[in-house]
Design a protein around this ligand. Structure first.
Ligand code: TXA
Ligand code: MG
Length: 320
C-alpha cells in the first residue's frame, strides 16, 4: 500500500543524505529498514551504532534490480537464479559469495553477502536515485520488534535517523525469507519470512529449513530471543487456556468469545487469513506492549503452514 506517490524531492533529499554517509528509514513491503550506503564502511558502522547491534550480525544489501545485486556477488548458482526470477522484486533474500568490493562490515567478515531486491515503490525509487546498494537491517533497536509503520520507526529510533520516509504501513509485515546455498548449490532456508517455504519448494523442490538455537544460530543474527516486547510474552499451546490473572492481553487468530473480558485483545485476522495476520503481527505486538492496562501478553500459535511458519517463529522468539 503506497498511499501517496513518493515526492521526487523527498527521494532526492534522502539519496543526497545517503551519499553523505547519512542514514534513512526506508519503507519496504516487509518492514521498515534503517538504510545506509552498503559500500561505505562508515555508514555501516553508524547502522550498528544506532541499532546497538552486535557486530557479528550481518546486514542485508538491497538493490534496485537483479543486475545491481549481481554486482555484489561473485557467483549466482542456478537455484538462486530461479528464485530471483520468481520472487524479485519481493520478500526474498539470497545469501551468495561476495565480491571484494562489499565491505567486511556488511557481512561481519563472512565470505557471503545477503542481497534482496525489494518490491516497495519508495524503496525501489530510493535505490534508483541513490544508484547503488543500500544496507538495511530492520529499523528497530537490536532485539526489539521490527517496525511496520513510519510512526513505529520514530518511536524506536527518533532523532538518530537523518530522515524517515513515510511509505505507509508495510503490506507484508514480516521480514524477508533468507535462503543460503551449500557449495554444491543445495538451498537452505536460513530464516522463514514473507515467502512461505512451500512457495520456495514450488520452484526448487524440497528444501532444508534451518532451525535456530540460541547457542548456534542458523543464520548469524538469528538469536533465539528477538522481536521482543518489553513485557513478558507467553506463547500458549494451541489448546491451552489463559490463566485467571488480571492485566493480561491475548493475541490470537479467528474468534475468541472471552476477548472482551481481558485487559486487551488483538485479533490478527478474524477470517484466519495468514497474510492479514502477518501484516498485523508486529503492529499489534507493539500496541499490547504499550497498553497501560496490560502486564503480560499471551499469544496463541497459528497454523504452521505458509506464512504461519514465520509468524510462529517470530512469536517463539518474542517469547524467549
Ligand atoms: O525484510 C527484511 O529482510 C528486512 C528489510 C528491511 O529488508 N531486513 C531485515 O534485516 O530483516 P535484518 O538485518 O534485521 O536481518 C538480516 C538477517 C540476519 O539476521 C541474518 O539472519 C541474515 O539476514 N543474513 C544477513 N547476512 C547474512 C550472511 N552473510 N549469511 C547468513 N545470513 C545472513
Ligand atoms: Mg531485524
Amino acid at each position: 500500500m503506497n498511499p501517496q506517490p513518493p515526492a521526487a524531492k523527498k527521494i532526492e533529499e534522502a539519496a543526497a543524505l545517503l551519499r553523505q554517509g547519512g542514514l534513512v528509514a526506508m519503507p519496504t513491503e516487509t518492514v521498515y529498514g534503517l538504510a545506509g550506503d552498503a559500500l561505505n564502511p562508515t555508514s555501516l558502522a553508524k547502522i550498528f551504532e544506532v541499532k546497538q547491534r552486535p557486530s557479528f550480525d550481518p546486514l542485508i544489501c538491497h538493490a534496485a534490480s537483479t543486475a545491481m545485486a549481481e554486482d555484489l556477488v561473485s557467483a549466482f548458482p542456478e537455484p538462486a537464479r530461479l528464485l530471483a526470477q520468481r520472487f524479485w522484486p519481493g520478500p526474498l533474500t539470497l545469501v551468495l559469495p561476495k565480491k571484494r568490493r562489499v565491505p567486511d562490515l556488511a557481512t561481519s567478515g563472512l565470505p557471503h553477502v545477503a542481497v534482496r531486491v525489494p518490491a516497495h515503490r519508495w524503496a525501489h525509487q530510493l535505490l534508483e536515485a541513490f544508484d547503488g546498494p543500500l544496507a538495511a537491517p530492520s529499523a528497530n533497536m537490536f532485539g526489539r520488534i521490527s517496525p511496520t509503520t513510519a510512526e513505529a520507526v520514530r518511536q524506536e529510533l527518533g532523532e538518530q535517523v537523518d530522515l524517515i520516509l513515510d511509505g505507509g504501513p508495510c503490506t507484508i509485515g514480516l521480514e524477508s525469507t533468507v535462503v543460503g546455498f551449500s557449495e554444491t548449490g543445495a538451498p537452505r532456508v536460513l530464516r522463514t519470512g514473507g515467502i512461505g517455504v512451500e512457495e520456495i519448494e514450488g520452484v526448487l523442490g524440497e528444501v532444508e529449513v534451518a532451525t535456530a538455537s540460541s547457542s548456534r544460530p542458523a543464520a548469524p543474527g538469528q538469536l533465539e530471543s528477538h522481536y521482543a516486547p518489553r513485557k513478558p510474552l507467553h506463547l500458549l499451546e494451541s489448546d491451552e487456556s489463559l490463566p485467571p490473572e488480571p492485566n493480561i492481553a491475548l493475541l490470537y487468530l479467528g474468534k475468541v468469545s472471552f476477548a472482551e473480558t481481558l485487559a486487551a485483545a488483538r485479533c490478527l485476522s478474524p477470517t484466519r487469513e495468514l497474510r492479514e495476520a502477518a501484516a498485523n503481527l508486529f503492529r499489534m505486538l507493539r500496541e499490547l506492549d504499550e497498553h497501560p492496562d496490560v502486564k503480560t501478553i499471551y499469544a496463541r500459535p497459528v497454523p504452521n503452514i505458509g506464512l504461519g511458519r514465520a509468524i510462529n517463529d517470530r512469536l517463539k522468539r518474542a517469547a524467549s
